[in-house]
Design a binder for this molecule. Structure first.
Ligand SMILES: CC(C)(COP(=O)(O)OP(=O)(O)OC[C@H]1O[C@@H](n2cnc3c(N)ncnc32)[C@H](O)[C@@H]1OP(=O)(O)O)[C@@H](O)C(=O)NCCC(=O)NCCS
Length: 121
């Protein structure tokens, strides 16, 4: 949970932890709280924890989003995630399947934004 006083700003967490050093990051910011870069600050802190041996001891963190989710992709790019491609019909929700973008950040990666072929600057 990301809170500002009593206000819920958003959530950030890890999913699909496989016990072998892999996990997936997910985040959401309440519509009236978007903008302002608070997510990046929170995400950097939880990524530090996820890679640390006292935390989740991950080696690879994946990020996935429906193709075209530029807001989420821009956050991931800013955090240093590298774009890896498109997973056709891989994201399954209650009613349908979507093509997904996939990116990842390794523990050994520099946390510097890299160019993403699907995002303009
Ligand atoms: C993705 C999400 C968490 C981003 O939070 P946010 O507070 O809007 O983040 P920011 O304001 O820092 O915006 C991130 C970037 O996206 C851009 N952006 C914001 N809304 C956008 C939109 N509708 N379309 C395209 N780009 C958008 C911003 O300009 C910014 O780009 P920049 O860093 O290159 O300047 C938020 O939009 C959200 O909760 N979306 C719904 C849930 C979701 O999609 N979660 C991710 C699933 S993987």
């Amino acid at each position: 949970m990301i809170r500002d006083g009593a206000t819920l700003v958003g959530t950030i967490g890890f999913y699909r932890l496989d016990g072998q050093g892999n996990g997936e990051i997910g985040y959401w910011i309440a519509p009236d709280q978007r903008g302002g870069g608070r997510l990046r600050e929170a995400a950097n802190a939880v990524i530090d924890w996820a890679f640390s041996s006292e935390g989740a001891a991950l080696t690879r963190i994946e990020w996935r989003a429906v193709v075209g989710n530029e807001a989420s992709a821009r956050v991931a790019r800013a955090l240093g995630f590298r774009f890896e491609g498109t997973l056709r019909q891989a994201l399954v929700s209650a009613k349908h399947r979507d093509d997904g973008w996939i990116a990842a950040l390794l523990k050994i990666d520099e946390r510097m934004p890299q160019p993403w072929p699907v995002l303009e600057d």
